[in-house]
Ligand binder design. Structure first.
Ligand code: MSP
Length: 524
């Protein structure tokens, strides 16, 4: 039976500045899952892109002395370059200034307006340009006469005519969907659990506070005080609120409003990957807009945590922004990809410490996995004429190793279905450690003198284990694992997960092994 198509998205990144580690991180997680699902036989659509409208980008262009379109053309290129630097396998890269996107925004707006979900009014309240978000007075703090949002962004008083979206009407339906059980097709699943509870409580509290005046919960969705955005159809003095424009990207790329587009089969998205700061937009505004337009909401929104740099909050003013490009130049792409997903449980905040990266690179990648491969493959080269030893029956001791190896694909699939990247890596590397224990205990180098038949069997078992690790680690470390699979002589057509069930042909020639990872000295 054909496996269902899968749609994963990253947030689209503001082009007010160049990409940093936070941007690379969200996209990396998405990339790993997209690669895994492709290896597992699914058709995957993986979308990323740039968010190019709004006051924040308009201001950044002005500060740079450039026309906004020229500015966004230039900065968005840096985000496209990053997808290459980081080895992302995205199937499309959307820019919100593209005609296809403006058309989708206009189409969605018209549907909402026709259905009576949008009405004209006046907006008065606090707005933070840095967050492109509205805040209630009770959320603000004041310092030296300036008011700040909980995010630390300064807010300004805004008063202008505005279109409103009837958000209030959809909030009870959202709560119902948040609470449906796992597997219910109508469920909107917010992960991790702590975020779900937060969003749920926020919506429930709003409904309680404004029970008498639900329209207070409606969302201002247009602005008249600047022009860098998608014009509201029929009322060109207004541009759409940048979040309405931005969120729509997820359906633009699937072909909206043309639901006969072959890509429409991917909607609704299986997972929107987002950072914890933008959860509300994705779990409240976006699903409500979709429901109001008669479209299916996303199945899951997963919010990851934030990185600090050596214990410090990352900020431009502190000058400690981590540049993913220089990181990759220094440590290599695959170790960086591995570290980011191994170090911190996905969903929690984490600290970027170079020492921790180097320790993982040296200990886990070079010593544990690299040496296991090198020892096994060198022994096959030297003692088996460089040919894959014949498949052999398993002894009880072999069975202990294979208890973890045979179950690995299924275990990792389940873990990745929950976006538990660090646990998946932990599980694979626990098995790698077992295999290292196995090779030490079996000592195939000694068997050479006492029992060559058993030596060959042990090496074949190790080859099978290594093939399993390399196959399952491909999504995390595509280049290095391709090199390992080459060294293991696994044919190009036999590198997917289903192929793990089919043993390799006995006697295939293996190329001489070369080290997979380069160790790095810890700075004093
Ligand atoms: N343009 C909006 C998203 C619109 S999606 C329809 C936006 N852009 S952003 O460029 O400011 O942020 C994009 C992502 O980067 C967010 O998911 C955010 O959480 C993430 N990160 C920014 N700094 C980060 C860290 N220090 N650590 C981890 N991720 C961080 O928001």
């Amino acid at each position: 039976m054909a496996k269902p198509p899968i749609y994963y998205t990253t947030p689209i990144y503001y082009v007010n500045d160049k990409p940093h580690i936070g941007h690379a991180y969200t996209s990396l997680a998405t990339d790993v899952l997209a690669r895994f699902k492709r290896l597992d036989g699914h058709e995957v659509f993986f979308l990323t892109g740039t968010d190019e409208h709004g006051q924040k980008v308009e201001k950044a262009a002005k500060d740079a002395g450039e026309d906004p379109q020229a500015f966004t053309d230039r900065v968005s290129q840096a985000f496209r370059d990053l997808t290459v630097t980081m080895g992302f396998s995205n199937d499309d890269f959307i820019r919100t200034t593209e005609p296809r996107h403006k058309a989708a925004c206009v189409a969605l707006w018209k549907v909402l307006a026709e259905r009576g979900e949008i009405y004209l009014g006046d907006y008065e309240g606090w707005y933070a340009v840095r967050d492109e978000a509205f805040y209630g007075p009770d959320e603000l703090t004041e310092r030296d006469g300036v008011k700040y949002a909980p995010s630390g962004a300064p807010v300004e008083w805004v008063r202008e005519p505005s279109y409103f979206f009837r958000l209030s009407k959809w909030l009870p339906e959202l709560l119902r969907r948040f609470d449906l059980s796992d597997g219910d097709p109508e469920r909107i699943d917010i992960q991790p659990e702590s975020r779900r509870n937060e969003v749920r409580a926020f919506v429930a509290q709003g409904l309680k506070d404004f029970a008498g005046k639900p329209e207070k919960l409606d969302l201002s969705v247009s602005r008249t005080s600047f022009t860098w955005g998608v014009k509201v159809p029929g009322d060109e003095a207004h541009v759409m609120y940048v979040w309405v424009d931005a969120l729509t990207n997820y359906i633009t790329a699937a072909g909206y409003p043309d639901t006969t587009n072959p890509r429409w089969k991917f909607w609704p998205a299986d997972v929107h990957f987002v950072g914890k700061d933008i959860v509300r937009f994705h779990t409240i505004y976006w699903p409500a807009m979709l429901l109001a337009a008669g479209l299916a909401p996303p199945k899951r929104v997963f919010a990851h945590g934030w990185w600090t740099n050596e214990g410090q909050k990352i900020s431009k003013s502190l000058g400690n922004v981590i540049d993913p490009v220089s990181l990759v130049e220094e440590y290599g792409l695959d170790p960086v990809r591995y570290f980011l997903l191994r170090e911190v449980p996905f969903g929690q905040d984490g600290d970027f410490a170079r020492k921790a990266l180097i320790n993982r690179l040296n200990g886990e990648l070079a010593d544990a996995l690299g040496n296991l491969a090198n020892r096994t493959l060198s022994l096959i080269q030297r003692n088996c004429e460089g040919k894959l030893p014949a498949a052999a029956a398993r002894t009880e001791e072999d069975g202990e190793l294979f208890a973890s190896v045979d179950a690995l694909a299924e275990t990792v699939r389940k873990q990745l279905d929950q976006q538990h990247f660090h646990i998946a890596l932990e599980t694979i590397f626990a098995s790698v450690r077992e295999a290292n224990g196995y090779i030490t205990k079996m000592a195939p180098w000694a068997l050479k003198k006492t029992d060559v038949v058993r030596m060959a069997a042990v090496l074949r078992h190790l080859h099978t284990a290594l093939r399993t690790y390399a196959t399952l680690l491909q999504p995390f470390m595509p280049t290095t694992m391709a090199a390992l699979l080459d060294q293991l002589a696994v044919p190009a057509g036999a590198r997917d997960i289903a192929a793990l069930g089919k043993p390799m042909a006995d006697g295939v020639a293996l190329p001489p092994p070369t080290p997979l990872f380069r160790k790095i000295e810890l700075p004093a």
